[in-house]
Design a protein around this ligand. Sequence first.
Ligand code: UDP
Ligand code: MG
Length: 315
Amino acid sequence: MLPVYNEQDGIREFHDRLSAAVATRPDLDVEFVYVNDGSRDRSLAVLEEIAESDRAVTVLNFSRNFGHQMAITAGLDHARGDAVIVMDTDLQDPPEVSLQLIEAWEAGAQIAYGQRRTRKDGALKRLTAHAYYRILHRFADIDIPVDTGDFRLMDRAATDVLRAHRERNRFVRGLVASLGFRQVAVPFDRDERTTGTTNYPLAKMVRLAADGVTSFSTVPLKWITRLGLVTVVLSLLGILYALALRLLLPEISVPGWTLLMIMVLFLGGVQMLSLGVIGAYVGRIYTEVQGRPLYVVQEVVQRGRGRGQGAESEG
Ligand code: UDP
Ligand code: MG
């Protein structure tokens, strides 16, 4: 499943290379699902030509730009295979590596994700990406593998469970990590973009990064509670100080100052703490609203019937 946004110059070469790679495995029955995410260039026309000449191609055309993560989601909803591979169409995820993902799947993996050994982006992108993946790894409640984008293979069971996640602000790679299943990493070297420019300018990257943290962690909310506790302690100390000054050195204390200090500090402390309490409830509302499946049964083992295949999720 292949998201496309303004890739008119690279998409043809991409499809040729991917087809050539896949052709080395004639035993596989392959379907290519391209999602045109509201491209403003000729990408759709090029995709239509490709679909004309290759019966294995399906093109989903979005009515406008919904973003990379939604394009991936739509592709996963439409793909019908026993396994689905998600990859970028700008030749940064080398098409040949998808063969390695397939081999990992045949060796028993249910989710095989491409993990970047190296990347040939600019220094800023490399630095921010490096730092971001490590921060996310620390914050998130689940184990999101570092240096892993959306380039991955998922088997049918994992795909179906992922499709049961319908939240709006989605960070697909995090959702996949949270599924569990037998996951393996396939290391690869990320190539340079051959044509066009990145469709992830800084603003979009920051938004995706924020989605990543807020989808998998209520740590920011917990910080408010901590801040509230610290404020209460500090304001108690401040109140004691103001009282001591009033009682021990009445000659230097300004009339009204003590009461004012006590009120300001007390209210400040109470307010921060209350925000923390509200934050705890908001965190719960948030996870409820996400409506994720409560659990995922990977297989059912029962005497006399062997291992049941396929996964079920309950929402
Ligand atoms: N993409 C998309 N919709 C968007 C932005 C990007 O479908 O709004 C696609 C794009 O065509 C590419 C993939 O998502 O296949 C990754 O985008 P890009 O290469 O611009 O991101 P980068 O590799 O720079 O992080
Ligand atoms: Mg790219």
